[in-house]
Design a protein around this ligand. Structure first.
Ligand code: SAH
Ligand code: TMP
Ligand code: ZN
Length: 407
């Protein structure tokens, strides 16, 4: 059997779950593309040496991030508020007037626009040209590239060193993470900070939110693994702040070694992670069993409803829904269509299982009996918006946070 080495520390990594063949999670497609659809093996392993949970096989970055990238950050008002607060958090930390802020994965400019508005020197690095164009058209300085150590050298030559290097839901996408962190190490001024956030492994384990596992998410971070990773580059984790976004995320604040006081939050989180067993193989074997049970429960609910001839639709064609539908074998026999507010997804079909994706109006104008809440991470925003659906007797089917239930 092929041996896999840890992306971070090179030790042997053991697989704990395989989801089988999976398509590109954000690869919504038209009928004529069905035949040449790309699939890869979605397999996940745990490194018991550095505690990093990671994919074992990776999809080429150009297959995921390109001129037709389907994820537009600004589709969620909740996320727009979140990124305003993120920007404010960064601004509060600034010590000098002439600061330079860099963000990778800046997408349509949802966060950087707050720096641009205040005329703060900024640079977005966003390889998906369709979303980058929106930012550029709105006056946000953006380059269409994949960030790595070479790009860092270019930035230093052209713009100088950086006070804040930011990222949201992007670091965990990058399998060549060492090149990224090496680049950040070079770029940061002596007191500069790397501040980024990503879905938190602790939440995934506790909520059994296995829909976070798909091609784009190469790495699943914890305080323990991030601390190990940045140490390898002469950097230090100085603070960590939990976030409610994406079903539970962690914001990591990192500086050059010995340049900042380490907050007590780090010890607190390390202790919690030890209690949760994030550094132990048995935790992940248990997670696999929990995932298998979640699949069984969801499928049996959908099959039962189908027998009653009730209508079920999916609510929001999220990238996460690709893992659920493919792993559970849910196609248009069980879910009539998925409604989504993103124009680029509408009229297309879901990756792998080819469920039609329809505009939100199709849901609103003809409520189904049940809706599978694929965008459970936006649940607050959606529950506030869908009072009418519930008033008319509509029910939600949810799978995360576990257990699978109808409410
Ligand atoms: N930060 C936004 C977007 C997250 S999606 C948000 O949280 O809503 C991830 C983004 O990272 C995509 O837009 C993708 O094109 C970009 N990306 C992927 N690899 C990258 C890299 N190496 N450097 C910079 N951006 C990258
Ligand atoms: P995300 O879970 O990766 O943030 O993706 C959100 C997707 O959900 C995006 O395609 C837009 C869609 N969506 C809706 O269709 N309706 C909604 O109310 C919300 C919040 C999101
Ligand atoms: Zn490792």
């Amino acid at each position: 059997m092929k041996q896999y080495n840890c992306l971070i520390c090179k030790s042997v990594v053991k697989e704990f779950i395989s989801f089988g063949k999976m398509p590109i999670a954000n690869g919504f497609l038209s009928k004529d593309q069905f035949k040449k659809e790309y699939f890869f093996n979605l397999r996940v392993g745990f490194c018991s040496k550095c505690a990093m949970v990671q994919l074992l096989e990776f999809v080429d970055r150009e297959k995921m991030f390109h001129e037709n990238y389907a994820f537009y950050s600004s589709t969620s008002t909740q996320m727009a508020i979140h990124f305003k607060e993120f920007a404010n958090d960064v601004m509060r930390r600034s010590i000098n007037k002439d600061q330079f802020v860099v963000e990778i994965g800046s997408n349509d400019g949802i966060m950087l626009k707050h720096f641009a508005e205040k005329e703060i020197k900024h640079l977005g690095i966003e390889p998906s040209s369709n979303v980058a164009k929106i930012a550029i058209d709105n006056g946000i300085n953006t380059i269409t590239e994949f960030f790595d150590e070479k790009v860092a050298d270019k930035i230093i030559r052209k713009y100088g060193k950086v006070d804040f290097f930011l990222g949201a839901n992007v670091m965990c996408h990058i399998s060549y993470i060492h090149s990224v962190i090496a680049g950040v190490k070079k770029l940061l001024k002596p007191k500069g900070l790397l501040i980024f956030e990503d879905p938190y492994l602790g939440d995934i384990v506790e909520k059994i939110s296995y829909d976070q596992i798909y091609d784009e998410h190469s790495l699943f971070f914890s305080i323990t693994s991030i601390r190990n990773l940045v140490r390898m580059h002469g950097l230090e984790l100085v603070d960590a702040i939990h976030q409610e976004t994406h079903g539970g995320s962690m914001r990591y604040i990192i500086g050059h070694k010995d340049e900042h006081k380490i907050k007590s939050s780090i010890t607190k989180w390390l202790l919690r992670e030890r209690k949760l067993g994030l550094g132990e193989t048995k935790t992940y074997n248990k997670l696999r069993k929990n995932i298998e049970k979640s699949r069984k429960d969801l499928v049996s609910i959908l099959v039962k409803i189908k027998k009653q001839n009730k209508r079920v639709v999916g609510y929001a064609a999220t990238s996460k829904s690709t893992t659920i539908t493919n792993y559970c074998g849910i196609d248009s026999n069980l879910i009539e269509f998925i409604s989504d507010t993103t124009p680029i997804k509408q009229g297309k079909f879901s990756p792998g299982t080819h469920i039609p994706v329809k505009p939100y109006e199709e849901f609103k104008d003809n409520y189904p009996d049940y809706a599978v809440l694929f965008a459970w991470n936006h649940s607050k925003e959606i529950m506030a918006k869908e009072k009418e659906f519930m008033k008319k007797g509509g029910k939600w089917i949810t799978f995360a946070p576990a257990p699978v239930k109808i409410s």
